[in-house]
Ligand binder design. Structure first.
Ligand code: 13P
Ligand code: SF4
Length: 367
């Protein structure tokens, strides 16, 4: 189900929550957490706002959050502070007696919406016609449960930005070629890291229904779905050049959803967890520019005043959908649980879940 379809079916937060003071909301959230204890779990992705993350029981990148969801058998309610695909993943990895809730159904991911089932079925048919049975599909976890199910059914796996290299290596032991959905940048950056030249990668355009480049078909090893992250595409080579001109000592670290040119010009790249670990281990006094979502960059600036940290893009880049989850929505979803009327429940239908789990579990067993 696309995020737009999902939204139509769900109740929205009543307006009066927006008028509450921060102190009042914090008090009420804390009281419900206290009352429910281990029956309630609040996982929070690193891109969440501070007003939300202060109440997270667990924080992590998308791989860690998936692993934590899989391990937790106690929580009756999992109020997922992240985006829709992460909550779907948590639902699929938890038990039937556990309820996963997304506090605002508008918290989608524009990249995940760049690959739908009709486009994927059409692409698969055409690619099978061109390349025969030589392709294994992989999907970034930033995709709908239907796309994960498609990938699972065809022998493939999901990947996250922290395990993409390992999963691609595994995939090449299975088939000669990879179809990588839906983020062309993570696919290209990872394949390049594995030594695959850019000439051996092709881009599949799901709008035009065709391969974009003219490379000899037989040489193509990776077919990259033409999707991208609208937050990470805002980091440019010009940002890097401007910074280096201003300060030749600065180190630049970016998320691999940035373009290949940006990743190549940077000093380092990795998942949100990798970025956090790198900054936390860096020397006091060191200077860093970070190319990822604004809330995480701002949190790192606050947490490490002994290091000089800034955003690679001086205009800062927010993920608007991640930011939909705010304190009023968190409070509303907790109070709905307390009333016995949970709202924003994420339930992946069994027919999709079974195949999607094949893809998720393959990834989890590889990493
Ligand atoms: P991580 O897997 O690094 O947490 O990234 C998730 C994401 O959506 C980045 O845009
Ligand atoms: Fe999706 Fe990009 Fe937001 Fe990550 S930062 S959730 S990829 S839109």
């Amino acid at each position: 189900m696309s995020i737009l379809d999902a939204m139509k079916q769900f109740e929205m937060m009543p307006d009066h929550y927006k008028g509450l003071s921060m102190g009042e909301m914090e008090r009420r959230v804390a009281a419900i957490k206290e009352k429910f204890g281990s029956r309630l779990l609040i996982p929070g992705h690193h891109y969440q706002k501070d007003e939300v993350i202060q109440f997270a029981d667990q924080t992590g990148d998308s791989l860690q959050l998936a692993q934590m969801a899989e391990k937790n058998k106690d929580a009756e309610y999992i109020v997922f502070c992240g985006v829709h695909f992460m909550a779907e993943t948590a639902d699929m990895l938890t038990g039937a007696d556990q309820t996963v809730i997304l506090p605002d159904m508008r918290a989608g991911c524009s990249m995940a919406d760049m690959a739908d089932m009709q486009q994927t079925n059409r692409a698969w048919e055409k690619l099978q016609h061109i390349f025969g049975d030589t392709i294994i599909p992989l999907t970034y976890v930033n995709s709908t449960a239907e796309i994960k199910a498609f990938v699972g059914k065809h022998g493939g796996a999901t990947v996250t930005s922290s395990n993409a290299k390992k999963v691609l290596e595994w995939a090449f032991t299975q088939k000669k070629r990879i179809l990588f959905l839906p983020d062309q940048h993570l696919g290209r950056n990872t394949a390049y890291e594995l030594g695959i030249p850019l000439e051996d990668m092709a881009v599949w355009d799901p709008i035009q229904d065709q391969l974009e480049n003219e490379a000899e078909h037989n040489d193509i090893k990776v077919i990259l779905w033409k999707g991208h992250c609208s937050v990470h595409e805002k980091f440019t080579v010009k940002n890097i050049n401007d910074l280096r001109e201003r300060d030749s000592d600065i180190r630049i670290i970016v998320h691999p959803e940035c373009s290949h040119e940006v990743v190549m010009q940077s000093d380092d790249s990795g998942s949100t967890k990798y970025i956090i670990d790198t900054i936390s281990h860096a020397q006091p006094g060191s200077k860093w520019a970070i190319g990822t979502e604004m809330n995480l960059v701002q949190r790192l600036i606050q947490e490490y005043p002994d290091k000089q940290i800034e955003s690679l893009n001086p205009d800062m880049c927010p993920c608007l959908t991640m930011n939909r989850i705010d304190l009023p929505h968190l409070l509303w979803s907790l109070e709905q649980i307390e009333k016995g009327e949970p709202a924003g429940v994420i339930k992946v239908p069994k027919v999709i879940r079974d195949d999607a789990l094949l893809a998720l579990n393959r990834m989890l067993s590889i990493t």
